[in-house]
Structure formats: structure tokens, C-alpha cells
Design a protein around this ligand. Structure first.
Ligand code: HEC
Length: 149
């Protein structure tokens, strides 16, 4: 448990560092965070499907990477960042910030469960990844992301 807390704090600290690097380009910065999430998912899905060797540590690390994103992510939608950088952010984010944050919270809760389950074997990983974590992507994107291509 102590170790878990430490790594969650470490992931948070990393996210803060990442936030500093593009501080005046929120759209670019939030896209970078989503790319981090995509990379983690690209590690997890092949493992869960048995197309890549299961690696408990790599799976837990990928869940941690996902879990570190929602908090800094929701802070990157200041007024004035509705356009630019080919953003796919929907205007709904600014119309309903509480609804948007609730979706981010779901991603945080699901990936926290992912951190607990992903190291417990491929079946546990599969269940938490497909049953919880990936559902939160679609749920938020359907409402708050406007796909451009
Ligand atoms: C709280 C809402 C929310 C959740 C949850 C969420 N996303 Fe996103 N995602 C967005 C928004 C908004 C954008 C568009 C950002 C922009 O272009 O400014 C985006 C963009 C992306 C992009 C494109 C990044 C780029 O290259 O510009 C990818 C890839 C992505 N999300 C993957 C994921 C995956 C995988 C998950 C789940 C593990 C996820 N997202 C969960 C809101 C969310």
C-alpha cells in the first residue's frame, strides 16, 4: 500500500512537470496527455488479447500512466483555448464543465481499479481494461470530443 501511494504521488509529480512544459499552449498540452494515454492503451490491449506477452509490471505501469492524466487534463481547458492546434475539444466542455469533469473522474476511478487489477493476471487485466477503463474513453469522447478525421 505504501508503495502504491508513493507511485501515485510520483505519477502526479510527473504530470505537474509535463504541465509546466507547454503552459501557454493548453490545447497542445492536453493533446500530449491524451497521446500518453493512447500509448498506455497500446501496451495494454495486445497483452489483454494475448497478442503480446503478459507483463504484470508493465501493465500496472500503463494503468498508472492513465491514472495520472485526468487531473492535469481537466485543468487544460481555460477560456480562449476553444480553438487552435486543430483541437477536437467540443464546445460542450465550456458549456458543461461539471459534466466534463465527471467523465474525467470516471477515468480516474476506473484506472485506479486498473492499477489494483492489472498485476493480478491476464484475465484480471482483461476484465478491468475492457469492462471499465476503455469504456470511460468512449463515454467522454462521444460527448466532449469532436473528431475531425
Ligand atoms: C474526460 C474526457 C476524456 C476522457 C475520459 C478521455 N478522453 Fe481522450 N480526448 C478528450 C478530448 C476533449 C480530446 C480532444 C483534445 C483536443 O484536441 O484539444 C481527446 C483526444 C484524444 C486523443 C487524440 C489526441 C491527439 O493526438 O490530439 C486520443 C488518442 C485519446 N483522446 C485517447 C483516449 C483514450 C485511449 C482514453 C481512455 C483511456 C481517453 N482518451 C479518455 C477527452 C477525454
Amino acid at each position: 500500500m505504501k508503495n502504491l501511494c508513493k507511485s501515485v504521488i510520483a505519477a502526479g509529480a510527473l504530470a505537474v512537470v509535463a504541465t509546466g512544459s507547454f503552459a501557454d499552449e493548453p490545447a497542445k498540452e492536453r493533446q500530449e496527455l491524451m497521446k500518453t494515454v493512447k500509448k498506455a492503451v497500446q501496451v495494454l490491449v495486445p497483452m489483454a488479447k494475448g497478442e503480446a506477452p503478459y507483463d504484470a509490471k508493465a501493465a500496472v505501469d500503463a494503468m498508472k500512466a492513465i491514472n495520472g492524466v485526468p487531473d492535469p487534463f481537466v485543468a487544460l481547458f481555460p477560456k480562449g483555448s476553444e480553438t487552435g492546434h486543430d483541437t477536437e475539444a467540443s464546445p460542450k466542455i465550456w458549456e458543461n464543465p461539471a459534466g466534463f469533469k465527471a467523465k474525467a473522474e470516471e477515468m480516474k476511478t476506473a484506472s485506479a481499479e486498473g492499477i489494483k487489477q492489472a498485476g493480478e493476471g491476464v484475465d484480471a487485466l482483461k476484465a478491468v481494461l475492457f469492462g471499465q477503463v476503455l469504456k470511460t474513453c468512449k463515454s467522454c469522447h462521444d460527448e466532449y470530443r469532436v473528431k475531425k478525421n
